[in-house]
Design a protein around this ligand. Structure first.
Ligand code: MG
Length: 395
């Protein structure tokens, strides 16, 4: 019997929590059979939509839904110039949708297609935040009460908010930032509820020398991991960090191509791989990356922020269950509206997710509800971050 073919590829842009999400739907020649994939690049979502609808749709309609790997490579190479966040997200939308279709056709959750679940549950970490240490302490206590045992602690997010007059969303004084993060852990760690581990995201906002100073001061707090200590442009610094630090290091959400990861993976310079699957091109390249990391004893911690659609969140969970070298899953607490709009979105109970049982990725979308929350203009101010001398830093 011939496999069904792709008959149409469309996009759905929606913002149930105010952040633009882009979902790709692949329709097939089999009645009622379709798949969904995540193509969310919140800050440039309409550019991704353009690539999907104007370039991938004409190139891919008519292809068999079973040719997942070939379709990934074709979509990736078809523009001659490859990779990058816009193209990769477009490719990811189709790639995830094809895996969703494969699972639905087999009547199996995607993780079962990939060899079956190798664990009975997946641990997640979520985010505590506060403008002051007192606020943060309350946020940690609340999450611990809900059963979260891995909690990322941030003081004023990734850095203090700026006065509107600067044009920036955030202005960082490196010395103040280092002092305030160290003070935060000094005051939070002694009162942590039993069994709770902390994490922290530097978000590549400090110069490498300042970031090293911060990391050395944090070493004594026994973090579960320290994230994005350096920017991708400064990966050489991980060699130095490896020699000097005992804190496990996590990195990856800004990478788009396997070649960019060579130094970190081949030299085993990090402990947790945090690639964002849609920015990396979808599930197909991430399954390969997980195997590559396994050989180096690097564990997976796929990026799971609010600017990730529930379809992408489900894809993460299926990969978590299937990977022997799974480490932890980042999880933002989703609104009731998101659960209503995306039926099947995985639920967290006591800080864990149970194995998926529905075929495919297991998440659908209520199109009428999605239409009621249209994605607006891409936000640009959030990513505008400066040092206190006016110089730009990374977002
Ligand atoms: Mg991060």
């Amino acid at each position: 019997m011939n496999a069904p073919t792709i008959t149409n590829i469309t996009t759905i842009a929606t913002a149930p929590s105010g952040i633009p999400l882009l979902v790709v739907r692949v329709d097939t020649s089999e009645e009622g059979l379709y798949g969904l994939g995540c193509a969310t690049f919140a800050w440039r979502w309409s550019a991704v939509r353009e690539v999907v609808e104007s370039y991938l749709r004409p190139a891919l309609v008519g292809r068999p839904v079973t040719a997942i790997r070939d379709t990934f490579h074709l979509a990736h190479r078809n523009a001659y110039w490859r990779s990058g966040p816009v193209l990769n997200n477009a490719v990811s939308g189709v790639d995830m949708a094809l895996w969703d279709i494969a699972g639905k056709r087999a009547g199996m959750p995607c993780c079962d297609l990939w060899g079956g679940a190798v664990r009975s549950s997946v641990d997640v970490y979520t985010h505590a935040n506060g403008q002051s240490v007192e606020e943060l302490r309350e946020s940690v206590a609340r999450l611990a009460d809900e059963g979260y045992r891995f909690i990322r602690c941030q003081l004023a997010g990734y850095g203090p908010r700026a006065e509107a007059a600067t044009g920036a969303a955030s202005v960082i004084s490196p010395s103040d930032r280092i002092a305030s993060i160290v003070d935060m852990f000094e005051r939070i760690v002694p009162d942590l509820p039993d069994g709770v581990r902390t994490l922290h995201d530097v978000h590549e906002r400090l110069h490498p020398t300042d970031a090293m100073q911060l990391a050395e001061k944090l070493d004594r707090f026994d973090l579960f991991f320290l994230e994005d200590l350096f920017a991708p442009e400064s990966v050489d610094w991980f060699r130095r960090a490896r020699e000097r630090l005992r804190t496990p290091l996590a990195m990856g959400e800004l990478f788009c191509s396997p070649a960019e990861l060579n130094t970190l993976v081949e030299e085993g310079l990090i402990d947790y791989m945090r690639v964002h699957p849609s920015f990396y091109g979808g599930i197909t390249p991430c399954l390969d990356l997980a195997v590559r990391c396994e050989a180096k004893h690097i564990r997976t911690a796929w990026h799971g922020p609010g600017d990730l659609s529930p379809v992408g969140a489900a894809a993460n969970v299926h990969m978590d269950f299937a990977a022997p070298n799974f480490g932890i899953q980042e999880w933002v607490i989703r609104s009731e509206l998101e659960y209503e709009m995306f039926p099947g979105l995985p639920a967290v109970k006591n800080g864990r997710i149970e194995p998926p049982t529905a075929p495919g990725l297991g998440v659908d979308i209520d199109l009428q509800l999605a239409e009621r929350y249209p994605a607006g203009v891409e936000p640009t101010r959030w990513t505008h971050t400066r040092f206190d001398d006016g110089g730009l830093t990374y977002p």
